[in-house]
Design a protein around this ligand. Structure first.
Ligand code: GRG
Length: 297
C-alpha cells in the first residue's frame, strides 16, 4: 500500500537533511567560519519544496534515489544561496529567515556574500562530479539546465527585474515575466533535474512535466504574495507584509486578494491537467501541487 502524503514528505525531508549534512563541507575544516555559515544557511530550515518536487519527478521517471537526492541538493543549494543574498542589506535587507537570524546578521555581510557564492559553486560541483546518469551527455544537459535556471536568463535575471520594479506599476504580463524567472525557473529546473536522473519518460512527457513546473512555479509565487499579506511573521518564519511596505508590485497589489487567490486556483488546475496522462504514477506531484497552493507558510 502507498504511504500517505504526510509520511512521504516527512520521510524524504528527514533523509534529505542527512544528504545535505553529508554533502556540505564539514564545519571543522578550514575555512571554518565560512563552512559553519554555509551549514547555518542550509541545514534545518525550509519546506524543501524544490527537493520534494525533484524526488517526486524522479519517482515518476524511475530514477535511483541516490541520484535524485544529489540533483535535489544542487537545486536546494542554489535556493539557499538566493535566500542568503536576497536577505542582504543591498537587496531585501531582512533580519529573519526560516525562523532564525539571516546569515549576514548571524555572521556578517562579507561572510553572507561568500556563503552564497560557495553554495552556488558547490551545487555545480555536485552536478559535475557525482554520477547522475549513465549517459554523460544527459548529465551535461543537467548542468546546463541548472545554470540557465539560476543565471541572468533565470533566477538572477528575475531578481534584477524585481529590484527594478520597486515603486513601479507593472502590468500583469510584466509581473508574470519577473516571477517565471525569479521563482519559477528554479522550481521548474528542480522537477526536470529529478526526472532527468531516470529513463522512463519520453521527450514529450518531459515537456509536459516542464509545463507542469512552469505553472506550479508561478502558482507558488502567487500564493507567496497572498501569504505575505495574510500570514503572520511567526508562521512564515520571515518578515510578513514586506511587499506592501516596500511598494513591491505583487499579484495582490495588481489583482486584489480575491483575484490573486483565483489566479492560484486556475494555475493549480492547469498544472494538474499536465499530469493527467501519467495516471497514479504522478500522485506525489499532484499532492505537492495541492500543498503548494493550499500551504499556510
Ligand atoms: C539573490 C540571485 C538572487 C535571487 C533571489 C528566490 C529569490 C531570488 C529571492 C527570495 C525572495 C522571495 C521571498 C521570493 C519569493 C518566493 C520564494 C522563493 C520564497 C522562498 O521560498 P520557500 O518558501 O522557502 O520555498 P523555504 O524557506 O521554505 O525554503
Amino acid at each position: 500500500m502507498m504511504t500517505d502524503f504526510a509520511t512521504w514528505v516527512a520521510t524524504r525531508q528527514t533523509s534529505f537533511e542527512s544528504v545535505l549534512q553529508r554533502l556540505l563541507p564539514p564545519p571543522g575544516i578550514a575555512p571554518q567560519r565560512l563552512h559553519q555559515a554555509m551549514r547555518y544557511s542550509v541545514l534545518e530550515g525550509g519546506k524543501r519544496v524544490r527537493p520534494l518536487l525533484a524526488y517526486a519527478a524522479g519517482e515518476l521517471a524511475g530514477a535511483a534515489v541516490a541520484r535524485v537526492e544529489v540533483a535535489a541538493a544542487a537545486a536546494e543549494l542554489i535556493h539557499a544561496y538566493s535566500l542568503v543574498h536576497d536577505d542582504m542589506p543591498c537587496m531585501d535587507d531582512d533580519v529573519l529567515r526560516r525562523g532564525k537570524a539571516t546569515c549576514h546578521v548571524e555572521y556578517d555581510e562579507a561572510t553572507a556574500l561568500l556563503v552564497g557564492d560557495a553554495l552556488q559553486s558547490l551545487a555545480f560541483q555536485l552536478l559535475a562530479e557525482r554520477a547522475l546518469h549513465d549517459d554523460a551527455k544527459r548529465q551535461l544537459q543537467m548542468v546546463k539546465l541548472l545554470a540557465l535556471a539560476s543565471g541572468s536568463r533565470g533566477m538572477a535575471g528575475g531578481q534584477a527585474l524585481d529590484l527594478a520594479g520597486v515603486g513601479q506599476q507593472l502590468t500583469l504580463p510584466e509581473l508574470e515575466q519577473m516571477h517565471i524567472h525569479k521563482t519559477g525557473a528554479l522550481i521548474r529546473a528542480a522537477i526536470l533535474l529529478g526526472a532527468y536522473c531516470g529513463d522512463r519518460l519520453s521527450d514529450a512527457q518531459l515537456e509536459r512535466l516542464d509545463h507542469f513546473g512552469k505553472l506550479i512555479g508561478l502558482a507558488f509565487q502567487v500564493v507567496d504574495d497572498v501569504l505575505d499579506c495574510e500570514a503572520d511573521t511567526a508562521t512564515l518564519g520571515k518578515t510578513a507584509g514586506k511587499d506592501a511596505d516596500h511598494a513591491k508590485p505583487t499579484y495582490v497589489s495588481l489583482l486584489g486578494l480575491a483575484g490573486a487567490k483565483e489566479m492560484a486556483q486556475r494555475l493549480h488546475g492547469e498544472a494538474l491537467q499536465c499530469l493527467d496522462e501519467f495516471g497514479d504514477a504522478a500522485r506525489r506531484l499532484r499532492e505537492l501541487a495541492d500543498f503548494i497552493v493550499l500551504r499556510k507558510f
